[in-house]
Design a protein around this ligand. Structure first.
Ligand SMILES: CC(C)(COP(=O)(O)OP(=O)(O)OC[C@H]1O[C@@H](n2cnc3c(N)ncnc32)[C@H](O)[C@@H]1OP(=O)(O)O)[C@@H](O)C(=O)NCCC(=O)NCCS
Length: 382
């Protein structure tokens, strides 16, 4: 049946399909490498911070001193959210997931943006910076309200990473924790053409606005197959409960063809470089906090999974060790995925900004496998 003419190819889940050309980041899935604007992620995790890496992703190069200072100042200046949003956050039902609040606040925040009717590159850069500045406030305000705690307004003496920790916990982080939060944010900031980035790009490609694009990205990130996995990992560790239970739990999951959260990746067929870095931090932090229970269980899961599934290219991904770190830092589990979003908004907006420079609407096709020439039967005869 001639449903599509010409040469067509179909790839379930768009596997292997190249949908854009980018100079923002590249992943070598076989070698387990991730590179932002030419710089390996390991170097950025060791030497950089949130603001500097954000500049790199948005503008292509590491910033000079004054460029970095300007970006830092802009991010600090826009941290507060409109009073109407604070109201909405305070009044939201307490069983709402913070990802839903984030999606709602980003949408509502767009209504207050002074550039809302301007889709020029300059306005979109300003909006990207504002969104990045405000998302931690949206998440932290709701997270504290949900826990029955007073909200902690942003502190303009603190860096982006420090301020995120401060608004969530009410405490100013020491140097070591500040560094760790910077590293976590850097590792989550960008990851090529993943589902949420693609969602943002599809929306932006219609020349809709950047707030709409980011709402779509947040919605895509929320799912357990994407950013939602980090929360599920902690739930799994809690369910397993002890190192002895790992082997039977994982073997049962494999037998029942259940997904083990925090493992597997469409692109990586080797160890995810982000997971490698996070694993080291998780181990160090758990020793410092004298709470090694979760890392011990996690290491055993890793051992069993690699033994059983390593040959198929299934290894820990970024979500496997991040939840343990957040838990040790005292973050409630429902903010794990929002923290992912707080970092990834940089990658989302960088891709939207890049794609809009030579935009073409995304419009794939589907192979039709339904019937043709079906007779219309009047309702009384059906
Ligand atoms: C990330 C993910 C969605 C990628 O999906 P994908 O590229 O479509 O991979 P597929 O679903 O085609 O899986 C390929 C094979 O690996 C298996 N597999 C993939 N991830 C697995 C996991 N986490 N646990 C057990 N088996 C897994 C699949 O069952 C499939 O096996 P089969 O060929 O015998 O049917 C998938 O690995 C997953 O669900 N992981 C768990 C959720 C997660 O951690 N997400 C965060 C990603 S950063």
């Amino acid at each position: 049946m001639g449903h599509l003419t010409g040469e067509v190819s179909y790839s379930k889940g768009l596997e292997g399909v190249v949908a854009a050309i980018t100079s923002i980041a590249v992943i070598d899935g076989e070698a387990g490498k991730l590179i932002y604007r030419g710089i390996p992620i390991e170097l950025l995790a060791e030497h950089s911070n949130f603001e500097e890496t954000a500049y790199l992703l948005w503008f292509g190069d590491l910033p000079k001193k004054d460029e970095l200072e300007n970006l830092k100042r802009d991010l600090i200046e826009h941290r507060e959210v409109p009073e109407e949003l604070v109201d909405c956050i305070k009044k939201a039902p307490r069983d709402t997931h913070p990802m839903e609040i984030l999606r709602t606040c980003v949408s509502m925040g767009g209504c207050f943006d002074t550039d809302k009717n301007d889709n020029s590159r300059g306005a979109n850069i300003r909006k990207s910076i504002r969104l990045t500045a405000q998302m931690p406030t949206m998440v932290a305000y709701y997270s504290r309200a949900r826990r029955g705690l007073d909200i902690v307004p942003p502190n303009s003496n603190l860096s982006h990473a420090q301020n995120l920790y401060y608004m969530l916990t009410g405490e100013i982080p020491n140097e070591e924790i500040s560094r760790l939060v910077d590293v976590i944010l850097i590792l989550h900031m960008e990851h090529g053409m993943n589902a949420s980035t693609f969602a943002a790009m599809v929306i932006a490609s219609t020349l809709s606005d950047i707030y709409s694009a980011i709402c779509g990205a947040i919605s895509a990130l929320r799912g357990p197959l994407h950013g939602g996995a980090n929360e599920r990992v902690l739930e799994m560790l809690q369910e397993i409960g002890s190192v002895e239970n790992v082997e039977p739990y994982i073997m049962q999951a494999i037998k029942e063809h259940r997904r083990v959260m925090g493992f597997g990746h469409r692109v990586y067929k080797a160890y995810d470089p982000r997971a490698r870095i996070l694993k080291e931090y998780a181990e160090r932090l758990s020793k410092e906090k004298k709470n090694t229970k979760w890392t011990q269980i996690a290491e055993k899961i890793e051992e069993v999974m690699i033994r059983e599934k390593g040959k198929k290219g299934i290894f820990p991904n970024v979500d496997f060790y991040s939840g343990i770190i957040y838990n040790l830092l005292g973050f409630p589990k429902e903010v794990f995925t929002p923290i992912f979003a707080i970092a990834r908004v940089v990658g989302w907006t960088a891709h939207v900004l890049e794609y809009l420079q030579s935009n073409r609407i995304f419009r794939p096709r589907a192979l039709y496998n339904g019937p043709l020439d079906v007779e219309y039967i009047p309702i009384e005869k059906r």
